[in-house]
Ligand binder design. Structure first.
Ligand SMILES: Cc1cc2nc3c(=O)[nH]c(=O)nc-3n(C[C@H](O)[C@H](O)[C@H](O)COP(=O)(O)O)c2cc1C
Length: 356
C-alpha cells in the first residue's frame, strides 16, 4: 500500500506535536508493510487556487499553476492508496496550509452536478485515495474536534478511513517521558499498523490515542499560564523559552507549590524525609510547606506541625533564585533571606528540585 502522509504544521525541530503523532503513526504503517512518504508542506511551494476552473474546462485535470503541487504533489496524491492529512487544529479546523493543498485537489473531480443519495456532488475524474485525518490541539476537551470531524465526514464520506484526534497535545512536551505520553505514542504506532492491515482503526486504539488525559489538567493550566506570563515578561517566544530552559516564574504561593512539585526529582531526593517550610514576605506574603517522603513531594498551604528547615524570604527574592535569575548561596551570605534548621538541606534544594 502506498501512503502519502502530509504534514502541514509550520513547526518542526521537536516542537511540533503533529509531527510527533504523525511519525509514530507512520512507524506503525511501515512496520505493517506500507510504503510511506512523508511530505512536510511547509517546505513546499503551493499557490492558492484562483477559482478559474481551468482544470475543469481548458486543461481538464491540470491546474494552471506551476509550483510543487503541479510538479509533484498532485500526482503523488492521486496515485496513493491512502493519504494522511496531518494538521494542527487552528481555529477548530485544519490549518490554512493543509486547506490550500486540499483546495488544489479540485482537478480530482469533473465539473458536472450530479445527485447521488440526495446529495449534489461532482463526479470523480480520478479515484480518491482513502483519507485519514490526524489533528492535534492545545485545548484538552475532545469535543474541540467536532467541527473538523463534521467537515471531514461530509467531504470525504465514502473514502474516510479514520480520524485521529489528540487534544491537549502541548502537554505532551512537558510530560514527554511520562507513562501516559508513552502509552499514547505506542497506541498511535498501533493505529498505524491497524490502518495498514485492516484499513481502519479500532475504537479501543483510537480511545487510547485521543481520550486519555495526560495529567492533572487544572495543574497543567496553572503552569501553562505561568509559562505564557513568563514569555510576555521576558519578551520571548515559546520556542525561545524552551531552548533557554527557562523556569516559569510563580506569581503566588499556590503556583509556587505547583512548580516545585513539577521540579521535584525523586532520584535526587532518594530516601530523604523532610518538611521544608517557606515564610514569604513582601508583595506575596504567607506560608506553605513541602513534605518530602518516599520519593514524593506534597505542597500544602500554611504552617506544618514541625519543619526540618524554614526559609524566611521575600517572595520575589526566592522566585529570582528559583528561576535562576539570582544565586541562592550569594543572596544567603548577603542576608537577603535567612534559614533555620537543616542548612545542609537548604544547600541540597537545587539538586532535589531541578528545572521542570
Ligand atoms: C493560529 C492558531 C490557532 C489555533 N487554534 C486552536 C484551536 O482552535 N483550538 C485548540 O485547541 N488549539 C488551537 N491552537 C493550538 C494548536 O493546535 C497547538 O499548539 C498544536 O500543538 C499545534 O500543532 P503543532 O505542535 O504540530 O504545531 C492554535 C494555534 C495557532 C497557532
Amino acid at each position: 500500500m502506498k501512503v502519502l502522509a502530509l504534514n502541514s504544521s509550520p513547526r518542526s525541530q521537536g516542537q511540533s506535536k503533529t509531527e510527533l503523532m504523525l511519525s509514530h503513526l507512520v512507524e506503525g504503517m511501515k512496520k505493517a508493510g506500507a510504503e510511506v512518504e512523508i511530505v512536510n508542506l511547509r517546505e513546499k511551494k503551493i499557490k492558492p487556487c484562483t477559482g478559474c476552473f481551468a482544470c475543469w474546462t481548458k486543461t481538464p485535470g491540470i491546474c494552471i499553476h506551476k509550483d510543487d503541487m503541479s510538479a509533484e504533489l498532485f500526482d503523488k496524491y492521486r496515485r496513493s492508496d491512502m493519504s494522511v492529512f496531518a494538521s494542527p487544529l487552528y481555529h477548530y479546523s485544519l490549518n490554512s496550509v493543509m486547506k490550500k493543498f486540499i483546495e488544489r485537489t479540485l482537478p480530482m473531480n469533473e465539473p458536472f452536478f450530479v445527485k447521488h443519495q440526495g446529495r449534489t456532488h461532482h463526479p470523480v475524474r480520478y479515484p480518491y485515495p482513502k483519507t485519514v485525518i490526524l489533528s492535534v490541539a492545545g485545548f484538552h476537551e475532545p469535543e474541540i474536534f467536532g467541527p473538523l470531524s463534521a467537515w471531514a465526514n461530509y467531504v470525504y464520506k465514502d473514502v474516510l478511513a479514520a480520524e485521529i484526534y489528540r487534544p491537549g497535545a502541548e502537554a505532551m512536551a512537558a510530560a514527554r517521558h511520562g507513562k501516559k505520553v508513552k502509552e499514547i505514542l505506542a497506541a498511535t504506532v498501533k493505529a498505524g499498523k491497524e490502518l495498514t492491515e485492516t484499513g481502519r482503526i479500532s475504537s479501543e486504539t483510537l480511545d487510547k490515542v485521543g481520550r486519555q488525559s495526560i495529567g492533572d489538567l487544572d495543574n497543567w493550566s496553572v503552569v501553562a499560564n505561568l509559562v505564557w506570563k513568563t514569555c510576555i515578561a521576558e519578551g520571548i517566544t515559546i520556542k525561545e523559552f524552551e531552548e533557554r530552559k527557562i523556569v516559569p516564574r510563580p506569581d503566588d504561593i499556590q503556583s509556587f507549590m505547583q512548580i516545585m512539585a513539577m521540579a521535584f526529582n525523586p532520584e535526587a531526593a532518594g530516601q530523604i524525609k523532610a518538611c521544608i517550610r517557606f515564610v514569604f514576605s513582601g508583595g506575596v506574603a504567607g506560608c506553605c510547606h513541602l513534605a518530602i517522603e518516599n520519593g514524593r513531594v506534597q505542597g500544602h498551604a500554611g504552617d506544618p506541625e514541625t519543619a526540618d528547615l524554614t526559609v524566611y524570604t521575600p517572595f520575589e527574592t526566592w522566585m529570582d533564585i528559583l528561576t535562576g535569575k539570582a544565586d541562592g548561596s550569594a543572596l544567603f551570605l548577603e542576608n537577603k533571606y535567612r534559614a533555620e534548621g537543616d542548612i545542609d538541606l537548604l544547600a541540597d534544594l537545587g539538586r532535589i528540585f531541578a528545572r521542570p
